[in-house]
Design a protein around this ligand. Structure first.
Ligand code: SF4
Length: 246
């Protein structure tokens, strides 16, 4: 079988006050948006690395450590495109692991239902602010279904927004109900550009509602199969346009 052709370009980006030079490689042929998520993960990693380097120059260091999952009880907003990628990741897991995950998602959904936070659409959020939703969500103490032994079980595939959340403050502060005293590293939120990548009306929903969201698409062939296809470079251009990159 012929190897899939790829296109590579070196991006030179001004992101906030960071300068990032990063080579990005994507499939040349038309693919689903979810297919370029691995390239976007690397791009976000490059932005985070630049933010960490700047922090180091200022004599500061990230205090996040493996085994500290306090922030993995926060509301993690994911876009449709990232959700589609995560569903592919889950699909490729062995059945036992998939079953364990399904049980954890069901448990999380049940708690969110009870608290009026089982949201998969913008309408379901009503007029509650993101801050209000975040505080209410965190108060429930729901571990992310991907959290195992206080570590991310899908670390290489974790959502873009998870990559962008790092702190310099003491770990115990992250467990406080309002995260008072927590000092996040100022990382530009490149992940926001994934929202609306396929359709400008698209929005976000909590990661813990991934399975509930996927059930809403069961009878929509176009959505279930990953939607419209574009070449990899076209998807990257759309992403850059959404993040205002140059
Ligand atoms: S996906 Fe991983 S890093 Fe993100 S909240 Fe869940 S366990 Fe934590």
């Amino acid at each position: 079988m012929a190897a899939e052709a790829h296109s590579t370009a070196t991006l030179r980006l001004s992101v906030g006050d960071l300068k990032v030079i990063h080579p990005v490689t994507v499939p040349s042929a038309p693919v689903t948006a979810a297919s370029v998520i691995p390239a976007l993960q690397k791009l976000v990693n490059a932005v985070v690395d630049a933010a960490e380097a700047k922090l180091g120059q200022a004599g500061q260091a990230v205090s996040c450590r493996k085994g500290c999952g306090a922030c993995c009880r926060q509301l993690v907003p994911v876009s449709r495109t990232e959700a589609e990628r995560l569903l592919e990741v889950i699909e490729a897991m062995p059945p036992v692991r998939r079953a364990a995950l399904a049980a954890r998602f069901a448990a999380a959904e049940a708690v969110l239902e009870g608290a009026g936070l089982a949201m998969v659409t913008r309408e379901a959020r009503g007029d509650r602010s993101d801050r209000e939703l975040s505080i209410g969500y965190f108060a429930l103490g729901i571990p992310c279904p991907f959290l195992e032994e206080e570590s991310c079980s899908i670390h290489p595939e974790r959502p873009l927004v998870c990559r962008e959340y790092l702190v310099t403050s003491a770990a115990e502060l992250c467990a406080g109900p309002r995260q008072e005293g927590v000092t996040p590293v100022p990382v530009p939120k490149v992940s926001m550009a994934a929202r609306g990548l396929q359709d400008e009306r698209e929005d976000w929903f909590p990661l813990a509602m991934l399975m509930a969201w996927s059930r809403t698409r069961l009878h929509d062939d176009a959505k279930r199969t990953g939607g419209v296809k574009r070449t990899g470079p076209e998807w990257v251009q759309r992403f850059l346009k959404r993040m205002g990159g140059r």
